[in-house]
Design a protein around this ligand. Structure first.
Ligand SMILES: [Zn+2]
Length: 281
């Protein structure tokens, strides 16, 4: 099997898994593989990703112009091209609309809390790229802000995006995003999330090398915070500084009464103190 044939077979398999797991409906989603320095292979438009055949794939140049194939590439190819331009290490991109992760993207809640050890090691935080109309030039611009530092993104009011060195790994990252979203939803429904300490986050990210994760540490850095603009997108780097576990209260209303215990995140406490100081001035 030639490398191109292998890419065709892998894309068909990833499409089947996306559909089977309910990560896409109708003709949603798209998958691409960077074949070499000038060619990309991608899924065609207007096809269910669960029922593709190898001959349906489209080959384009790195500007998205078709080189070979009977069908046309998805208009969302622009978003993939933007990923490849900004991430020389990326060889594959998977875009889908997994329901729980997309629910977070609709609610405007980033998956950026330091709560799951494996997610911190593999993906770090998963920010939300600002809303942009699908298939316009706005969407690549929104993705550009985050993709240099992140291997997985939510797309506001739209879906999710994952990238990796090969297409199966990009697909597994999409699985991890949706799995993380499901766990976060359960924890938030139960009313609390115990955050891991900053020290533990540093330790977990130190394990990346051991797992061969060579991409830039996909956590919010000062640089991406400035670029992204919103501090709330960077909670994972703002986990508690001590070894102590802090609790983030989420969906449940705070208890009432003067003796009631309330719990605050590190960020909420800092904000309260800053407000108080400001009022004193
Ligand atoms: Zn989409």
């Amino acid at each position: 099997m030639t490398p191109d044939d292998q890419a065709r077979a892998d894309i068909v398999e990833v499409g089947r898994r996306l559909w089977e797991r309910g990560f896409v409906a109708s003709n949603d989603g798209n998958i691409s593989v960077r074949l070499d320095e000038r060619r990309l292979m991608t899924t065609p438009k207007n096809v269910s990703k669960g029922f593709m055949t190898a001959d349906m794939m489209v080959i384009t140049d790195l500007d998205g112009r078709k080189i070979a194939g009977d069908r046309d590439p998805s208009s969302e190819i622009k978003m993939h091209l933007e990923v490849y331009r900004n991430r020389p290490d990326a060889r594959a991109v998977v875009h889908a609309h997994p329901p729980t992760a997309t629910g977070f993207a609709v609610a405007g809640i980033a998956l950026d809390r330091a709560v799951l050890a494996e997610v911190i090691t593999t993906l770090g935080s998963i920010p939300i790229a600002e809303y942009a109309t699908p298939s316009t030039e706005e969407l690549p611009a929104a993705v550009r802000k985050y993709v240099k530092a992140h291997d997985g993104l939510l797309l506001a009011n739209h879906g999710a995006l994952a990238l990796a060195g090969d297409v199966m790994s990009a697909y597994y990252r999409m699985e991890t995003i949706e799995h993380f979203a499901k766990i976060s939803l359960v924890a938030r429904t139960l009313g609390r999330e115990n955050l891991l300490s900053r020290g533990e986050v540093d330790r977990l990210q130190g394990l990346r090398g051991m797992y061969g994760i060579a991409s830039p540490a996909p956590i919010c850095t000062d640089e991406t915070t400035v670029a992204g603009g919103d501090q709330r997108d960077c909670q994972v780097v703002q986990a508690p500084l001590s070894g102590e576990r802090l609790v983030a209260h989420t969906s449940q209303p705070p208890p009432t009464g003067t003796d009631a215990e309330i719990r605050l995140t590190y960020r909420e406490l800092t904000a309260l103190i800053e407000d108080a100081v400001r009022q004193l001035k």
